[in-house]
Ligand binder design. Structure first.
Ligand code: CAP
Ligand code: MG
Length: 422
């Protein structure tokens, strides 16, 4: 006789070879048990009816719902279910059909705990925090970055000039915006050549190492060609839109390109925002660390984008720490040998936000501002200087108000944006 809910086993104790998922399940016109059983079967070896083609040896690969608390369920998956080193393959099981099943009104995958062997089949970051600091020769302060604005429309020459002014003013990093790739108004090759030339010039003139995070996102072969161009021109970093391009594309880039990878998460909000449905940013961050990004946008808790302080803080720990402890909706994780990823705080940031960002997320962050630099009333170069001054003041334990009295760039930024509230 087939057990009624064969994928539920509350007496099961997960082993160190299991992948664990934390799901919030909202059943659709059925009992919680039936809904969660459906989730476990569809995301592992089952379908809506028993099949005559089943074999006994397949049964041991079935997922097991082993803990339920309120709407939340933990499901264990034996790691043999998954292809090693493939984010897409894991997602197609645990975050695949299940989100569209009639059995659930809502289904939220909040966090995943990976077993060591599966985790170590992924490369993780090539550089991570330490590697970026080494390339840029910056020991113990947050990195200051900007996004060239306007986000689209500038030609390659003007783009490079905005980048140059940003570096000269004090930025360490300049990046492309997520939707700039190789449009007719600013073709990739031309932009790469001109902007990297300006990057070298600014490095020489300031005596500081500068970096350009150029967006190579495209179909795989073109993307790799672009990464090669960057390398030939002496660039040290590329940027990738990990959600719109996809994790397989990211894995291709990590495998074939030895440059630092800056990961933009544009489009994540389409599936991370609803607390009752979709995939959390925590899960995205897990896969990004495994696939090997070196820096990742995680939010700010304060700027123009959604994402509260607690959530952003927890994601930052998740991608930086060796051992991540369990919280209410986060599972513990030992990251073994996978390097820490640099957290990127961006979106509506201006110098007045710096003390908050450093206080809450520490010095191992990349602080990025587009509008908050190029929108300065005295222009990009002064805007960059104001941002660097805000970082220096905060690292020296001084208030921006006090520091601003002897640093006019910062003072004018504070006066200009002082009343901004998001
Ligand atoms: C920031 C930004 C980033 C956002 C994305 C933008 O510009 O370039 O793409 O930070 O959000 O276009 O909005 P501003 P997140 O500094 O001008 O706001 O980092 O949360 O993924
Ligand atoms: Mg952007």
């Amino acid at each position: 006789m087939v057990k009624k809910f064969a994928f539920i086993d509350k007496s099961y104790k997960p082993t160190r070879n299991d992948l664990i998922c934390l799901f919030k399940v909202t059943p659709n016109n059925m009992s919680y048990e039936e809904a969660v059983n459906n989730v476990a079967l569809e995301s592992s070896v089952g379908t809506w009816t028993p099949v005559s083609s089943n074999q006994k040896y397949v049964n041991r690969l079935g997922a097991k719902v082993f803990a339920v608390s309120g709407d939340w369920a933990k499901i264990a998956y034996p790691q043999e279910l998954f292809e090693e080193g493939s984010v897409s393959n894991i997602l197609s099981s645990i975050a695949g059909n299940v989100f569209g099943m009639k059995a659930v009104k809502g289904l939220r995958l909040e966090d995943i705990k990976f077993p060591k062997k599966l985790l170590e089949s992924f490369p993780g970051p090539r550089y991570g925090i330490e590697g970026y600091r080494k390339i840029l020769k910056i020991k113990d302060r947050p990195l200051v970055g900007t996004i060239v604005k306007p986000k689209l429309g500038l030609n390659a020459k003007d783009h490079a000039k905005v980048a140059y002014d940003s570096w000269i003013g004090g930025c360490d990093l300049v990046k492309d915006d997520e939707n700039l790739s190789s449009q007719k108004f600013n073709p990739f090759e031309k932009r790469a050549a001109k902007t990297l030339e300006m990057c070298d010039k600014a490095s020489e003139e300031t005596g500081e190492k500068k970096g350009y995070l150029i967006n190579v996102t495209s179909e795989a072969m073109t993307m790799l060609g672009r990464a090669d161009i960057v390398k030939e021109l002496g660039g040290k970093f590329v940027m990738h839109d990990i959600i719109t391009a996809g994790f397989a594309s990211l894995e291709t880039l990590r495998k074939n390109c030895k440059l630092g990878i800056h990961a933009h998460r544009a489009m994540h909000g389409a599936f991370t925002e609803n607390p009752d449905h979709g995939l959390s940013m925590m899960c995205v961050a897990d896969f990004a660390r495994m696939a090997g990004v070196d820096s990742l946008h995680i939010g700010t808790g304060i700027g123009k984008m959604k994402g509260g302080k607690r959530e952003v803080g927890e994601i930052s720990e998740e991608i930086e720490d060796r051992k991540v402890v369990k919280t209410k909706h986060r599972l513990a994780q030992d990251w073994a040998g996978l390097k820490p990823v640099f957290s990127v705080c961006s979106g509506g940031i201006y110098p007045g936000h710096i003390p908050y960002l450093i206080k809450n997320f520490g010095k191992d962050i990349i602080i990025q501002a587009g509008g908050g630099i190029h929108g300065h009333p005295n222009g990009t170069e002064v805007g960059s200087t104001a941002m660097r001054q805000a970082v220096d003041a905060t690292m020296d334990g001084e208030t921006l108000e006090h520091y601003g009295r002897s640093h006019k760039e910062l003072m004018s930024a504070m006066e200009f944006w002082g009343k901004v509230r998001f």
